[in-house]
Design a protein around this ligand. Structure first.
Ligand code: M6R
Length: 610
């Protein structure tokens, strides 16, 4: 996804910007570019492909200025190309703009610029409209020109702008796309994401919607949409750049799989009071509100949506409230039944997924109470929610989500337990025992990783060349199947498909052939016998069966080609363990197939377009 980095100071802006862009590479992009103000002119270099291409293009160019902006682009309007790459310039090349997001009315603005100002466009992007728009309003005052331009724009954007005539200034604006300002000594920074700046600064301003930030080497000023200066508290980033490195693992994904015991421990224990009850920091929902909810929506995308599927099961069981789970891109367009007795739970690792954010706003508009489960502190979803349950996964770099998922699950358990206890649908003894069982999970997960990683790596070498894979399970296992299937397809490009095991016979079983790989999850004691029947159905049609079961439940071996065992635990919390062999399987299969594991094709870490 697109990334922005800008620098104004006394060092070489080009070096700092390129370094920052590299730190955003994990977000996925298709082209990169940079513009600096030098000797009263804007120097522009941009290239399709990786940042290495851009560096080659720059070569020994004397880009020595202390003011510049850079960008990594993920195409929305117009194919990846040198011309469509950012930055974009106005007609006479005196204004340069980088932009994340989408300008919804760019067609009408483009027509107006051509008709009224004779503008000639060079690219197919919506962003070029912004450069020309600022250009036609510019009369020596960049802030004013940007204000005028954004007042005519509709859509979601974070933009950063430089002008040839104002060599020590960057002006940036945010609306529905992330933007931060980094505070240096004799220099300042702008960026779309914190990791871009971690090497240089730990103190930042989080820019809010509709705010403009004006940076010079010695000042950072924030203004609201009425051009009034606003005060912003400094946000101290507590994690360092090392946390975003691979620490000896071959890939970020593997590192993040192994970080799950820690993430789960942190997510759980940071929410526990000394007496073992759930701590409600950041949650202002009252007892009366919790008792009054008649319906809950859990809304999210991708892996976060799969965490919601488990959440539904758990919250309905513990708190006895009907829960509906929806993909965010559908929720807002179907006029859902939301009122002031509705709790809307948004789940998002990045907190910047536009579909989730839009659904959240729709739910709020209809009167729902909004609780979010978010990993990135200070992200848009977190800021726009009434209450926030943070996951303590730490930065997740690999596009394929792993530790965010398991920590999101942990939050689902905590939310379900808290609501159930407040609503009187579970008693204290049950509540205490459940939390005690959750406390055993980090160690069980370490054990599960230690016992299974080598076995799964070996199996992957044997099974990596399957053309299609099915994942089946019942109850909670069915929810985890969806996640296992998504993991495999997104990083190995194998056509994989998840389906509730009982539903298989209603159509999909037609696809079973000798050798078809079926991954079966059978961790629910009360559904174990039923699963064995479903496994026999596919086995009878020649499927190769790889099963996941709890230690001790060995009857499954008679029906499976291979069995991976997870540590025994209560049925409700097996998803915290059973997903891990599936993550490892996806990882090792993708590795065996030579795929780009941390940055799979066509995908981005943070999806900030609809
Ligand atoms: O940042 P979010 O949790 O809102 O992201 C949601 C999805 O885009 C994300 O989970 C995606 O499905 C991952 N690639 C899955 O591994």
């Amino acid at each position: 996804m697109c990334g922005i980095v800008g620098y104004v100071g006394r060092e070489n802006a080009r070096e700092i910007i390129i370094d920052g862009l590299k730190r955003l590479e994990y977000r996925g992009y298709d082209s990169a570019g940079i513009a600096v103000v030098q000797n009263g002119k804007i120097l522009l270099r941009k290239h399709v492909g990786g940042i290495a291409n851009l560096e080659n293009l720059i070569g020994d160019d004397p880009m020595t200025s202390g003011t510049g902006i850079g960008h990594t682009r993920w195409a929305t309007h117009g194919a990846p190309s040198d011309l469509n790459a950012h930055p974009h310039l106005n007609g006479d090349g005196t204004i340069a703009v980088v932009h994340n997001g989408i300008i919804e009315n760019y067609v009408e603005l483009k027509e107006m610029l051509v008709r009224d100002h004779g503008v000639v466009f060079r690219s197919e992007t919506d962003t070029e409209v912004i450069a020309h728009l600022i250009g036609v309003h510019y009369n020596g005052d960049l802030e004013n020109a940007v204000y005028e331009a954004v007042s005519e724009m509709r859509g979601a954007y974070a933009i950063s702008v430089i002008a040839a005539a104002e060599p020590e200034k960057i002006v940036a604006v945010r609306k529905d796309a992330p933007l931060i300002a980094g505070l240096g000594q004799g220099c300042n920074f702008i960026a779309s994401d914190i990791p871009a700046l971690l090497k240089y600064v730990k103190e930042i301003y989080l820019i809010e919607n509709n705010e403009m930030v004006v940076l010079t080497p010695d000042s950072v000023k924030i203004y609201d949409e009425n051009r009034q200066e606003v005060h912003r508290d400094v946000f101290h980033v507590t994690w360092d750049a090392d946390a975003a490195e691979k620490e000896g693992y071959d890939h970020f994904m593997l590192k993040e799989i192994y970080e799950q015991p820690k993430g789960l421990y942190e997510t759980l224990t940071r929410r526990l009071n000394e007496d073992g009850t759930i701590k409600l920091d950041g949650i202002s929902m009252t007892k009366e509100e919790i008792e009054g909810f008649t319906k809950i929506y859990i809304v999210a995308c991708g892996t976060a949506y799969h965490a919601g599927l488990v959440g539904k099961y758990i919250i309905e069981k513990l708190a006895k409230v009907p829960v509906e789970v929806d993909v965010a891109s559908e929720f807002r367009y179907r006029d859902p039944f939301v009122d002031d007795k509705t709790l809307f739970i948004a789940i998002s690792q990045s907190g910047e997924t536009l579909d989730t954010l839009a659904a959240l706003r729709e739910a709020k508009r209809k009167g729902a109470r909004v609780l979010s489960v978010v990993n990135v502190v200070g992200s848009s979803v977190a800021r726009e929610s009434d209450d926030v349950f943070y996951t303590w996964a730490g930065p997740e770099i690999a596009v394929a989500s792993t530790k965010a998922y398991t920590t999101q699950l942990m939050c689902m358990y905590l939310i379900g337990l808290h609501m159930g206890y407040v609503r009187g649908t579970i008693n204290r003894e049950y509540y205490d025992q459940f939390i005690a069982d959750l406390m055993t999970i980090p160690d069980k997960l370490k054990d599960c990783l230690a016992k299974n990683a080598g076995i799964i790596e070996g199996l992957s070498k044997m099974l990596y060349n399957k053309e299609q894979v099915f994942f089946i399970g019942r109850g909670l296992d069915s929810s985890v199947s969806y996640e296992g299937s998504l993991k495999l397809k997104e990083i190995s490009y194998i056509n994989s498909f998840a389906i509730a095991a009982g539903e298989l016979k209603h159509g999909t079983i037609a696809l079973m052939e000798p050798g078809t790989l079926v991954v079966t999850l059978a961790t629910q004691d009360f559904l174990y016998e039923k699963m064995l029947s479903n496994i026999q159905e596919v086995k009878a049609r020649g499927a190769h069966v790889l099963s996941i079961a709890k230690e001790g439940n060995t009857a499954i071996e008679a029906h499976s080609n291979e069995v991976i065992y997870i540590p025994a635990c209560r049925d409700e919390i097996t998803p915290l363990l059973s997903v891990v062999p599936l993550q490892l399987f996806a990882y090792y299969v993708a590795k065996e197939r030579g795929c780009n594991i941390d940055k799979p094709k066509n995908l981005a870490k943070s999806v900030t377009v609809e």
